[in-house]
Design a protein around this ligand. Structure first.
Ligand code: ACO
Length: 325
């Protein structure tokens, strides 16, 4: 019988400090930059975000989320033989966040690596882990999305600094006889790297370039709604399903307009879209597992339901996965 990879447990973690739109507006006003709760809510749906604060990195957040996912799955860290972390804000240039988290969890031996596909990173990581579990080459995989985007925000650019937050989410994948990941699809278009990027690097021990998030918001918006519909239809077709079979869409929480616009094009009602962007902001690779865990713990998403996950991010990168939870 063929192996299916199922989500055995979910977990997430948000740093305790919440920053409301009003808090952020007051902070920007000190530098003479104007914004308002009304503007941010209307254009993005975001009401608050969490910031990790000095000294707290994406490994810290990811470790918490991973421990919660393991507990939910009823497994020990020693049961894990693959860790993939999706992040664009790792603690170090190397080793990977996956290695650092494995060290914290104290479960040496399995494969560890990071995936860098920005906001589509969790879909990429999930799809890769799915191949390992389905082929039988690993039994249990931890797939983690974790970010501290607050560290790469330019607080003099009001068009981007209001959008992002910090957080982490994780799932444990393991073998099952049916259901689980039904299909996935990944894509990229490197010609569009410049519309969403953080163009900095280390040269001779110094940062060169501008290590702050840069975005052409309107270009990203246009691309996002175009590619997300296509890739969502692709995974539905691959699995022989239609949008009517989807119990919950769990989109990357980029902004409410992109999320609901895509759902509408697919014919999925807003009530069937998991929405956490208001409270978390855009947490990049962390946003899907964070939204999924939030919806599971709230009793919205239940076992046996069909979930459509989709995301687009810098690169451009985009992807989707259809799964029976
Ligand atoms: N507060 C008040 N005014 C603002 C703010 C702000 N925070 N940010 C921009 N403005 C102003 C601009 O200066 C501009 O003023 P002007 O007309 O006087 O020049 C006006 O608002 C309109 O600016 P635009 O950039 O054209 O605003 P737009 O309507 O495009 O909204 C937004 C910006 C929300 C970023 C939009 O482009 C968008 O949703 N883009 C999608 C990209 C996205 O969501 N990215 C998330 C990260 S990427 C990802 O996860 C895939």
């Amino acid at each position: 019988m063929s192996i299916h990879s199922r989500i055995l447990g979910t977990g997430s973690y948000l740093p305790p400090e919440t920053v409301s739109n009003d808090d952020l507006a007051a902070r920007l006003a000190r530098d003479g930059i104007e914004t308002s709760d009304a503007w941010i809510v209307e254009r993005t749906g975001i009401r608050q975000r969490h910031f990790a604060g000095p000294g707290v990195g994406s490994v810290d957040l990811g470790e918490h989320a991973a421990r919660r996912a393991l507990q939910d799955a009823g497994l020990q860290a020693q049961d894990i033989d693959l860790i993939i972390v999706a992040t664009s804000t790792p603690d170090m240039i190397f080793p990977s966040n996956a290695a650092l988290i494995q060290g914290r969890l104290g479960c040496p031996g399995g494969a560890v690596f990071d995936v860098q596909a920005v906001c589509a990173g969790f879909i990429y990581a999930l799809s890769v882990a799915d191949q390992f579990v389905r082929s039988g080459s690993v039994r249990h995989a931890l797939v983690i999305g974790t970010e501290v985007f607050s560290q790469i925000l330019d607080f003099s650019d009001r068009a981007t600094c209001v959008l992002f937050g910090d957080g982490a989410g994780a799932v444990v994948l393991g073998p099952g006889e049916r259901g689980g990941v039904l299909s996935s699809a990944l894509h990229g278009d490197g010609r569009q790297a410049s519309i969403l990027c953080t163009p900095g690097r280390i040269e001779g021990g110094k940062v060169s370039g501008r290590p702050f998030l840069h975005m052409d918001g309107q270009a990203v918006f246009k691309q996002a709604v175009h590619v997300l519909e296509g890739v969502a239809r692709e995974v539905l077709d691959k699995a022989g399903r239609t949008a009517a079979d989807v119990d919950w869409m769990v989109p990357h929480q980029a902004n409410i307009r992109i999320m609901l616009h895509t759902a509408k094009k697919l014919g999925i009602a807003a009530e069937r879209v998991v929405q956490t962007v208001a409270w978390h902001g855009n947490t990049s690779a962390a946003s899907i597992p964070l939204a999924l865990d939030t919806a599971v713990r709230a009793g919205q998403v239940r076992r046996g339901q069909t979930l459509l996950l989709e995301a687009v991010g810098g690169g451009l990168t985009w992807g989707a996965a259809l799964l029976e939870f």
